[in-house]
Ligand binder design. Structure first.
Ligand SMILES: Cc1ncc(COP(=O)(O)O)c(C=O)c1O
Length: 344
């Protein structure tokens, strides 16, 4: 039995690498509210360049990045169009309503994630005095609840140009945008060419302990800087938490391919167990339905926990396994061996 806990609840459970810890120790610091922390400046410049945008801003979390993105591109009372299972709608404590004064208009994504130009036609409000003003579309790439689904380049370009034609801005919740880039084998900048703002996480798959980035035009970032300050996100010697971000962008992106391979290995093995089915998986998030085992989700979770395998369910019998830094092929083999012994 493997002694350490194999935690597949999320890629948010990753710990920083040795190199990150060294970078933290050696980080050159300044006061980031005064804009003179050299490590933060380096990280922000690197992030903007990588995504092909003018400027970038370090924020404490993906949630803060998303709300900065939304607030900085809308006016109170505007309507924002987004998928009904998107993180912003489901898991960000109604921040768009509370902080942004925004109304959210949801749609059911085609294949659980996609917004097509035709769908957008129906979602945008006409200029009737009764209606709020549609001003922003947000898309999630990869789409977490659709099983880490990456948007294809053509799907992205279609929606970017449709939104532009309608004078709508686009914010990309790209918490896992690098997983999408690796899965599609394209530079990340290709995935955000038509986006006005993008949030991506340094934590999660890239294994930083803290932090996310928002990127966009200089004008957008200037506004976002004020929004971040208003939210209490203006911090001082931020280089300490920005330093691992530089390591992440330099050396943690390509290894996401290993997480994707491990998710495939897990999917293949799980499908061999009678009573377990898996959903489509192209990146590192695998949804699994265990209802055919005829046990409760609670029981399944407890069985696995006894073998040091930690997972979480979305609905009673639908489990989410997320592969990430720290989960090796041997762990996946051990999980499959354990499940075969328990239910095979
Ligand atoms: C798609 C997506 N967006 C945003 C977030 C929020 O990130 P954070 O937990 O850093 O606030 C998450 C977190 O899991 C996420 O999955």
């Amino acid at each position: 039995m493997i002694k350490e806990k194999i935690d597949l609840r999320s890629d948010t459970v990753t710990h920083p690498t040795e190199e990150m810890m060294e970078a933290i120790k050696n980080a050159k610091l300044g006061d980031d509210v005064f804009g003179d922390d050299p490590t933060v400046i380096e990280l922000q410049e690197k992030a903007a360049k990588l995504l092909g945008k003018e400027a970038s801003l370090f924020v404490s979390s993906g949630t803060m990045g998303n709300i900065c993105g939304l607030v900085s591109q809308t006016n109170k009372g505007d309507e924002v169009i987004l998928e009904k299972n998107s993180h912003i709608f489901l898991h960000e404590v109604a921040s768009s309503a509370v902080i942004g004064g925004l109304q959210l208009r949801t749609f059911s994504g085609k294949n659980d994630y996609l917004l097509t130009p035709e769908m957008l036609d129906d979602l945008v409000r006409s200029p009737d005095v009764h209606y709020p003003i549609s001003s922003l579309v947000t898309i999630e790439n990869t789409h977490n609840m659709a099983g880490g689904k990456p948007w294809k380049i053509t799907e992205l370009n279609d929606i970017f140009s449709a939104a532009k034609k309608k004078n709508l801005k686009i914010h990309v919740d790209g918490a896992r945008i690098f997983n999408a880039a690796i899965a599609l084998g394209v530079p990340v900048s290709e995935l955000v060419k038509g986006a006005d703002s993008v949030m991506f996480c340094l934590s999660k798959g890239l294994a930083c302990p803290i932090g996310s980035m928002i990127v966009g035009s200089q004008e957008f970032i200037d506004k976002a800087l004020r929004t971040r300050k208003m939210l209490g996100g203006g911090m001082r010697q931020v280089g300490i938490i920005a330093a691992p971000g530089i390591v992440a962008l330099d050396s943690m992106i390509n290894r996401l391919a290993d997480d994707h391979k491990n998710a495939q290995l897990l999917k293949k093995g799980l499908e061999e167990i009678n009573g377990i089915t898996t959903r489509d998986c192209e990146t590192n998030i695998l949804f699994t339905d265990i209802s055919g085992l005829k046990i409760t989700g609670k029981q399944f979770k407890a069985d696995l926990a006894k073998h040091n395998i930690i997972t979480s369910s979305r609905w009673d019998t639908i489990f989410r396994f997320v592969t990430h830094y720290g989960i090796e092929k041997e762990h996946i083999e051990y999980i499959l061996e354990t499940l075969h012994k328990l239910y095979g």
